[in-house]
Structures are given as structure tokens and as C-alpha cells.
Design a protein around this ligand. Structure first.
Ligand code: 0O2
Length: 235
């Protein structure tokens, strides 16, 4: 299976679904009311996914005595960043284009201890009936040229408003504490140098990314060893 792919909706599934997209929900109305509806939907989607994650984490603690999620951050992209993204891609700044072409207006970042937790959480979320996975980018198996590693999913979740459900997109980034530490500094550096960091800094960052992978692998294997030891001791 490819590590970066779009998931095509089958015609069958599309027909069965009575949930409408945001574009259908707001129609071609470009007014302030529509923008308020859009932000209400994205904020609600963040709450829905946040609750799902909390429940999964609590259940995991209950069954396995262990929390796979260290912490969660969520945000709504600023209007300025949305407009910048659309402009970069050559689209006009309309509400319709925002909801159609900007996939990360609502973004949630899940920070885990171990790489194995990342795949476990992704699978648990994708397995929920009301979540539709639109695309997956596995930058852990296929790191970016910069060294960036993270697991990205674009999903939709239905938000139930007074006259029906609206499928709302959320970008989910899942990474380890170490990957997050690297990505935060790299983001800061890139911001400072406006994406044109000197070669030696890029090289150094890339080397640090390799160290992060090594650290993650060693910590995971240590954790496995501790688990086996604990299981052996309780037999
Ligand atoms: P910000 O300010 O973090 O929101 P898409 O967003 O899916 O339409 P793209 O760029 O193909 O388009 O998506 P991708 O590659 O999945 O990246 C989306 C987000 O991942 C970025 O959002 C960053 O948050 C993060 N990201 C991707 N590459 C890097 C990287 O090399 N370094 C760091 N630190 N973060 C990265 P934005 O909108 O670019 O920025």
C-alpha cells in the first residue's frame, strides 16, 4: 500500500450519505453569515475529534493502563494564512475556495510517546463509522526532504446542525514528542529565514531529524523490553 494517497469515495457510499458538504451547506453565499457558519462548523469539528480522542485515550488507560496520547493541540487557521495559501495556489479568496481547497482550516496535532502509538491512534480514528478519511500522508515512512516526520490525515466528521449534518474537514497531524520538538524548531528557523535557511543550518537540522528517528526507535524498543519484563513478572 502507498504511504501517501488520496482515498476515493465509492459512488455507493456517496449515494448512501445524507450528509452534505460545507460548500452545499453555505451555497454560493459569500456573506459574513456564511463565514460565521463556516467557523462554527470548523470549531465544532475540532471539538468532535477532540472528544473522540479523549474517549480513546481514557479507554486505553482503562484497558491497557497506559495513555498513548501525551497531549493534543488544536487551532483554526487564521484568515490571513488561509488567504495566503489560496493566493500561493492561484485561487481567488472566496469562502467557497477556502473550504474546497484549504484542507487545514481546522487542525489538530496529537503528540504521542512512541511511533507505534501514532499508527494505533490513526487506525482507531479511521475505524470510526462517522469519520471519513480523505487522504493520508505518511511522512514517517516517507520523510520530507527537510527531514520532517509526521503522520497526516485529512478526515471529515459530520456536524449536526438544526437542518442536517454537514461533513467538515479536519487535518490531523500525529507525531512523537521528539518529532514535535524537531518540527517546532525547524518551523521557527524557517519562519526566521523565510524558507531560505543557510545550507549548514538545513544540514544540521537534517542530521537532528536522523537523531530523532534513532531516539524514537531506541525508546520504543526500551519500552517494549520493559513491557515484556513487566508481563513476565506478573505471570
Ligand atoms: P502551518 O503554519 O503549520 O499551518 P495541504 O495543507 O494538505 O493542502 P501540503 O502542504 O501538501 O498541503 O500539506 P502537508 O505536506 O501535509 O503539510 C501540511 C502541514 O504540515 C504544514 O502546514 C505544516 O504544519 C506541516 N509541515 C509540512 N512540512 C513541514 C516541514 O518540512 N517542517 C515543518 N516544521 N512542518 C511541516 P502549513 O500550512 O504549511 O503551515
Amino acid at each position: 500500500m502507498d504511504d501517501i494517497y488520496e482515498i476515493e469515495e465509492t459512488e455507493e457510499a456517496a449515494k448512501e450519505s445524507s450528509v452534505v458538504s460545507i460548500v452545499d451547506a453555505i451555497g454560493l453565499n459569500e456573506g459574513v453569515d456564511s463565514w460565521q457558519t463556516v467557523t462554527l462548523l470548523y470549531n465544532s469539528a475540532l471539538k468532535e475529534i477532540g472528544t473522540k480522542l479523549e474517549i480513546l485515550n481514557d479507554e486505553f488507560q482503562h484497558v491497557h493502563r497506559y495513555n498513548p496520547i501525551e497531549h493534543i493541540k488544536s487551532r483554526i487557521k487564521t484568515a490571513e494564512s488561509i488567504v495566503k495559501k489560496l493566493k500561493k495556489r492561484g485561487y481567488e479568496s472566496t469562502i467557497e475556495n477556502m473550504v474546497k481547497f484549504v484542507n487545514d482550516i481546522a487542525g489538530i496535532r496529537i503528540i504521542c510517546s512512541f511511533t507505534s502509538d501514532i499508527y494505533r491512534i490513526a487506525e482507531m480514528l479511521a475505524g470510526q463509522n462517522d469519520i471519513r478519511v480523505l487522504s493520508i500522508k505518511d511522512y514517517i515512512k516517507n520523510p520530507k526532504e527537510s527531514g520532517y516526520k509526521s503522520y497526516h490525515m485529512i478526515v471529515t466528521v459530520p456536524i449536526y446542525l438544526s437542518d442536517g449534518a454537514v461533513d467538515t474537514k479536519v487535518e490531523i497531524q500525529i507525531r512523537t514528542v521528539a518529532m514535535d520538538f524537531w518540527a517546532s524548531l525547524e518551523h521557527k528557523i524557517n519562519y526566521k529565514f523565510e524558507g531560505e535557511a543557510p545550507e549548514h543550518i538545513k544540514r544540521e537540522l537534517y542530521e537532528c531529524a536522523e537523531m530523532v528517528s534513532d531516539l524514537d526507535a531506541r525508546m520504543m524498543s526500551l519500552n517494549e523490553e520493559i513491557k515484556e519484563y513487566a508481563e513476565g513478572a506478573s505471570d
